[in-house]
Design a protein around this ligand. Structure first.
Ligand code: NAP
Length: 255
């Protein structure tokens, strides 16, 4: 039987690129997100192109009951769980923060990841194998002005990656994190700025990573021999050297 990976947030950006990367390596997929039309299109594309099996599950990861109901429809072992669904909302100094944005980021980036891990990890423990890969960020490592709550959620992801590994490594389960800086070919900036196209133009003057770059790093982690656990990959575009260090002298790597 083929390996099976469950990817949350597969309708866009890094999750979508990871679905395509894993499909190209002949791995069956369980893809989740809220936009049913996009999930259906992706299933058709990947099954036709790669001859793999794709199960799609449409639900809001912030809702514990919806998560449990969706996961109960899976009737095969999940070998790899990729906790990718996540978002930033707004960019405000703490005294001006929007409470609804804070709730949305905490509920999606932390609680959603926890719900999925709680639902999928018991099967991995029973089988004594599995791999959980979380989407951290450079915002898991350093804060930046006005990034307060988003950075806090990504610091939490890093803490959970380490804590989950501490709980599961004796069961033969690998727990990893990928920590990218700016990534284009995603909807991340559009979501952050409420689909304001002007504000979301943050990659006009430098080349960040692409979603495919991150997908390839995730596949690299997942394809190591079973005795190897790549714990974290911290990655940035060449024109970025830190959260606040970006060479905005132009898009040097467009060809
Ligand atoms: P994206 O293009 O906006 O994709 C986010 C995905 O998450 C979408 O598929 C979205 O699907 C899903 N999602 C969001 N809220 C959800 C919810 N409540 N329930 C279910 N699914 C939900 O952004 P991305 O850049 O690929 O982000 C993926 C991950 O990478 C996030 O954890 C992000 O924090 C992290 N990251 C991004 C960057 C960057 O610069 N782009 C850098 C570092 C880390 P639906 O809307 O269809 O539900």
């Amino acid at each position: 039987m083929k390996k099976c990976a469950l990817i949350t947030g597969a309708t866009s950006g890094i999750g979508l690129a990871t679905a395509r990367e894993f499909a190209s390596h002949d791995i069956d997929l369980i893809l989740t997100a809220r936009r049913a039309d996009r999930l259906a299109e992706l299933k058709t594309e990947l099954e036709a192109t790669h001859g793999i099996e794709v199960l799609t599950l449409c639900f809001d990861i912030r809702n514990q009951e919806e998560c449990a109901e969706a996961i109960s429809k899976i009737n095969r072992p999940v070998d790899i769980l990729i906790n990718n669904a996540g978002l930033a909302r707004g960019l405000s100094s703490i005294e001006e923060g929007d409470l609804a944005h804070w709730e949305e980021m905490i509920d999606t980036n932390i609680k959603g990841l926890l719900y999925m891990t709680r639902l999928i990890s018991p099967g991995m423990v029973k089988r004594k194998s599995g791999h959980i890969i979380n989407l951290g960020s450079t915002a898991s490592k350093e804060v930046y002005p006005k990034g307060n709550v988003y950075c806090a959620t990504k610091f939490a992801v890093e803490a959970l990656t380490k804590a989950i590994r501490a709980d599961l490594y004796t069961h033969g389960i690998r727990v990893s994190q990928v920590s990218p800086a700016h990534v284009e070919e995603t909807e991340f900036a559009r979501v952050r700025f409420d689909w304001d196209q002007e504000k979301a133009k943050i990659y006009n003057d430098f080349n960040p990573l692409t979603s495919k770059d991150v997908a390839e790093a995730i596949y690299f982690m997942a394809s190591r021999p079973p005795h190897v656990n790549v714990q974290d990959i911290l990655m940035m575009g060449t024109q970025q050297a830190g959260g606040m260090l970006i060479d905005r002298s132009g898009r040097r790597y467009d060809h």
